[in-house]
Design a binder for this molecule. Structure first.
Ligand SMILES: O=C(O)[C@H](O)[C@@H](O)[C@H](O)[C@H](O)COP(=O)(O)O
Length: 258
């Protein structure tokens, strides 16, 4: 296995190029992982990521990817019913999951309750059960090891629902935690904690917006800020790949850009 903290940065001219490149990357990892272990666990976030995954739902990937072996999870979810317009599940269902034949029982969405604490605990209990049943492996870190996490970042450098000035980002015990005062609406969310995120085998950070250009530059140029941006603390067991378009990369020094 490659040393920890390997990172790759892919900068492409347009969001369309990122979508094409990302689809090829995810399809390649899917094939390799399914050959190696028989399944492919994919963790989604919300935001623009889902639209950037659109090429996977088209030719050739719609036919060539072995969707029956995919397992879908969410790195964070808004605590709203699944048919609420704010739901990350609904966003993913409408933009991605309804267009590819992933078995419904392999889609692990939240079970809604008005209490975000109850939702977080339930999601964690279900993950622990999947580890016991050997559906998900446990990393040497003691946290579950997902094959691929597909993440975005916010202008404030948040990742998942781990925000700069909120305590959840420092949680090193829980697998899933909750927040009732998210600075990005809606306020009630659940989120994987950093130990779970950083135990993933592969992570793709997909950023295609000018608004996040400062956070991208601070992270990739190691510019010290206090507190450090959550997105700068992401690392993968094998490889973290940043997929950026020229807007997201616009604050990087010229030698980084193509
Ligand atoms: O539920 C959420 O709000 C997301 O999961 C969140 O973490 C998102 O991924 C980033 O805020 C990036 O969002 P954009 O891609 O829309 O900028």
């Amino acid at each position: 296995m490659a040393p920890k903290h390997m990172q790759n940065v892919v900068i492409l001219p347009r969001e369309e190029d990122v979508a094409v490149n990302l689809a090829g990357y995810v399809a390649g990892l899917s094939e390799k992982t399914i050959l190696e272990k028989g399944s492919f666990s994919v963790v989604l976030s919300g935001g623009t990521l889902i639209d950037t995954l659109r090429k996977l739902t088209q030719c050739p990937y719609k036919e060539t990817v072995n969707w029956s072996k995919w397992l879908i999870f969410w790195v964070d979810e808004r605590v709203v019913p699944l048919d609420n317009p704010d739901s990350n599940y609904l966003l993913a269902w409408n933009g991605f999951l309804s267009k590819v034949p992933i078995p419904k029982h392999n889609i692990y969405h939240i079970h809604y309750s008005p209490s975000s604490e109850v939702v977080a605990k339930d999601y964690e209990v279900r993950l622990r059960r999947l580890v016991e049943q050997k559906v998900l492996p446990l990393s040497s870190t003691g946290f579950p090891q997902f094959d691929l996490m597909l993440l975005g970042i916010g202008p404030d450098g948040h990742v998942a629902s781990l925000f700069p000035n909120r305590p959840q980002r420092y949680d090193v015990t829980d697998w899933v935690t909750f927040i009732n005062d998210s600075p990005k609406p809606p306020p009630k969310r659940i989120t994987f904690t950093f130990p779970v995120i950083n135990s993933a085998t592969y992570i793709a950070m997909v950023v295609t917006d000018k608004e996040e250009a400062d956070a991208v530059a601070i992270t990739l140029e190691h510019i010290p800020v206090k507190p450090p941006l959550p997105c700068s603390e992401v690392q993968a067991e094998v490889l973290l790949t940043w997929f950026l378009d020229k807007d997201a990369a616009s604050k990087l020094p010229p030698n980084c850009k193509k």
